[in-house]
Write a protein that binds this ligand. Sequence first.
Ligand SMILES: [Cu+2]
Length: 463
Amino acid sequence: MAELSRRSLIVGSVVATAGALIPLARSLTSAETLPDGPPLPELPELDLSTPAGKPGTTTAVLTAGSAENGRLAYNGTGPGPGPLLRLREGDRIRLTFRNDLDAPSSLHLHGVPMPPATDAPLTHLAPGDSDVREFTLPPGSAGTYWYHPHAHGDVERQLLAGLAGPVVVTGPLDDQPALRDADDRLLMFTRTGREITVNGATRPVITARSGRTRLRLLNATAGDHLLLALTREDKRTTAHLIATDSGLLQRPVPLIEILLAPGERAELLVETTTPGRLTLRSLPYSVYGAGGQRTPDRPMAGIDIPADLSPLELPTSLLPVEKIDLSTAVRTRRLVLDGAGDGSYTIDGRTFAHDRVDLRATQGTLEIWEVENTHTMDHPFHLHSYAVQVLARDGKAEPFRAWRDTVNIPAGTTVRLAVPFRGDGGRTVYHCHIAAHEDLGMMGILEVAEADARPGEVPASDR
Ligand SMILES: [Cu+2]
């Protein structure tokens, strides 16, 4: 008990979470339901090949099709998630997507750095069609991502039916002993009927293989916020956040709980040297603000720690995360998320239109976006192709820097983001990652104009 109190004090002043700052005072329910499921399934890896005559390029094929019991699957896997796409920084990959569904679909590699034209979120493939995207993973892109359909209007149905799979990109930092020797485990949350499963299993159990376990947490549900914590005999234990959506942090951040909104990822390092059982649980959380209906306290997975695992040092530093010079911002915009009375969901008062550009920006510039949620429930805000940093949540400065692609905007709050438009310009989208909300209108189109002057033109500033 004393040990716990001391630890709580150490981390209690700043409870860092991926999605929001959560007050520390929260009592756990007393009844500990132990995870009683099978060993955590390891997801099959997607076959990669290097074609003759194209050295340095890896090819792979993902086919969306029907599976047993009316479900859908990528490459016939299941009932859990699609195959794991495992890549390395610097890889060039040529990925073929084939739509064998009886409805339009598309493949979105959520968070994986690529230009708007390659991501092509507004292109839907007809049944029987296929397309190819080719991209290179830049330095610093190591992290946990995922892929899923982006066929507007039908995303929720396709996700719930089973179309989602994980992407893991590794890099040089993963070769450092402190990360290399950790027991690296991917936990992908999806919803199957009434259950939220982990890699397709209900309450699976991990047997730790190292004194430190790296949990890659991926919320691939269509709309379930997960407030995750690790407990031992009903008391919370400290873990260290080492990565958010778009990769590693500068240094590990201690925390006792983490809010993972739909679409978000987080990586934790957990000390697994004291024999016994840790439980990963989803704590009560309300997407309707304080006093709203909360989700139940649910055990999600167990970690069994055998005796004799040697301690593994916590890394002291990871990857520098740039401090953005905000004085260079060319504008501050406000985006307003809301729900209309008719059951549709809006951004800036309107629902999605396929041929309407809602925001225009310029390649190479920095903008500040104030995303305000005037609705009665949380909405996770996702921007394609351009990673963002959270600056402040409801006026409160973010305690650490991190690149992200999905940011929860709690009901009634405003989150301030730095949005640098780096890389290629093009036409892309921003939307709520509760799939039903996106389907019902909560999406807009951003067009980032290429900055280069056309040949023969002299910019006014150079005259
Ligand atoms: Cu929403």
